[in-house]
Design a protein around this ligand. Structure first.
Ligand SMILES: [Zn+2]
Length: 470
């Protein structure tokens, strides 16, 4: 394993592109970036992979995949914390192979796990000439038919929707259909903006995206409203506010002058106007709690109850658990106003402990006894001896207050039926943790699970009544 000297200085603010490179001697990879206005990609560094004798026997797809993995590890320092996802470019044959469901062998399962560390997208580039032999492909397929367990080597949402765009009924399809009506504008934009035309369905449909595979939004107000209905009004979105909506929309689309349009749309939202007074003013001074840097998720937590809610499936309260670390993720659980410390400990044991760990510190503005009772009960659940450090804050914790406001507002905005709020809490937890934190600019889920799971199976247009779907 060796690498050539660095050719251009990387810019951490710009997108990295990774491509396997079989044209140099041996099998290798190259990392590039668009470093100036010319949009030309300049190599930052090369990487030459060497294979162990065992790896030499892998088939060509596995080898190419292995090169990508080795390169990722090699360039880990550049790629592990990129603000924007970096782009892995690959040819069509690799793409097809990687996208297939597979029975993951022990080896592949290890690869699969390594990939989870990175935030990337995969795009297709025009095929390389040295495609793998068909015989290899056939042998491989026979091998696959033996095992029962099929897994995606790479989660499907990583692949940009150049190929999926156009599935009927999806909002992406509407964008593509509208692009057809704005061909002239699109052609003009092709010269002005850095966008590419792809031909689909035997050349009958043209699809415009940028290099990152984001669909280009043509200047059609009807379409724009549909996109916002999906990513702002829909119950899976829950009126996330201007900055968060803009972030989500511009994550999926290249939308010229989108920011201003979105801001205007949100300003005119009738639902938000009606609910404006919901954010209640807190009179007591809010207390800001500092947490040591790099505290693992959910080690310093705050807990609070929102009580006296209308009955919903036997519940009338929400237990809000907030991670005080850099993630500020939140979990909302239905419970009752009369809940006791042991019952809270039980909820914690069931819903938080399996994913995270025991908290080292619990912050609460309830009775000072609360935390120690909670700690003792949790220890009892686990059958261990354990002393939880307690922290009593008579003032309301600022972060907690924000989270409580968030959930109350979310429920008000999306709820069609008052009695069903408790059923919306798992969804609310997902929507909350998919929203970017204004200070870190990451969503809690990006850092917790390295992805933002989509709220609905396909990002199709939502039903009018959310509860019909639940
Ligand atoms: Zn709104």
């Amino acid at each position: 394993m060796c690498s050539r000297p660095v050719l251009a200085h990387p810019d951490p603010e710009k997108v990295f592109y990774l491509q396997t490179d079989t044209s140099t001697k041996g099998v290798g990879a190259v990392l590039t970036q668009e470093l100036d206005q010319s949009k030309k990609q300049r190599p930052i560094t090369y990487y030459l992979a060497t294979f162990t004798p065992a790896e030499e026997n892998y088939d060509i797809y596995e080898k190419e995949f292995l090169v990508v993995l080795k390169a990722l590890e090699h360039w880990r320092a550049y790629l592990i914390w990129t603000k924007e996802p970096f782009v892995i470019k690959t040819d069509h044959k690799n793409l097809t192979y990687w996208k297939e469901l597979k029975k993951l062998t022990g080896r592949m399962a290890g690869w699969h796990e390594k990939l989870q560390d990175y935030n990337f997208r995969i795009v297709h580039i025009a095929g390389k000439t040295n495609g793998p032999a068909d015989a290899l492909l056939r042998m491989d397929q026979e091998e696959e038919n033996k095992g029962p367990k099929l897994t995606l080597l790479i989660p499907s949402d990583v692949f940009l929707n150049i190929f999926e765009a156009g599935d009927p009924g999806t909002i992406e399809d509407k964008v593509v259909q509208t692009q057809q009506r704005y061909q002239e504008v699109m052609n003009k934009w092709e010269k002005m903006l850095s966008i590419i035309r792809h031909n689909k369905q035997g050349g009958r449909t043209a699809v415009w995206t940028n290099r990152m595979g984001q669909l280009v939004v043509p200047p059609d107000n009807n379409l724009k409203r549909k996109i916002l209905k999906e990513l702002y009004d829909h119950w899976g979105a829950g009126h996330p506010g201007r900055d968060e909506t803009t972030r989500q929309v511009l994550h999926s689309y290249l939308w010229p002058l989108g920011r201003a349009w979105i801001a205007q749309y949100i300003k005119g939202c009738a639902t938000c106007q009606q609910n404006k007074n919901l954010t209640h003013v807190t009179k007591t001074p809010l207390y800001k709690i500092t947490v040591p840097e790099n505290a693992p998720p959910f080690t310093q937590i705050a807990m609070d109850l929102i009580t006296g809610l209308p009955k919903s499936r036997g519940h009338d309260a929400i237990l809000t658990i907030v991670d005080h670390g850099c993630l500020q993720g939140a979990i909302f659980l239905p419970c009752n106003t009369t809940i006791t410390e042991p019952q809270i400990a039980q909820l914690y044991y069931k819903h938080v402990y399996p994913w995270f760990r025991l908290p080292t510190k619990v912050i609460s503005n309830r009775d000072p006894q609360f935390t120690s009772h909670f700690g003792q009960s949790l220890a009892k659940e686990l059958g261990i001896c354990w002393n939880l450090s307690t922290a009593f804050h008579p003032q309301t914790d600022r972060l907690m207050e924000r989270k409580n406001q968030w959930i109350e507002q979310y429920l008000h905005l999306v709820m069609a039926n008052n009695e069903e709020w408790s059923n919306l809490l798992p969804l609310a937890t997902l929507v909350h943790n998919n929203s970017a934190n204004s200070t870190t600019r990451f969503t809690p889920n990006q850092l917790l699970i390295r992805q933002e799971p989509p709220v609905t199976p396909a990002q199709s247009e939502g039903a009018e009544n959310p509860l019909a779907e639940l």
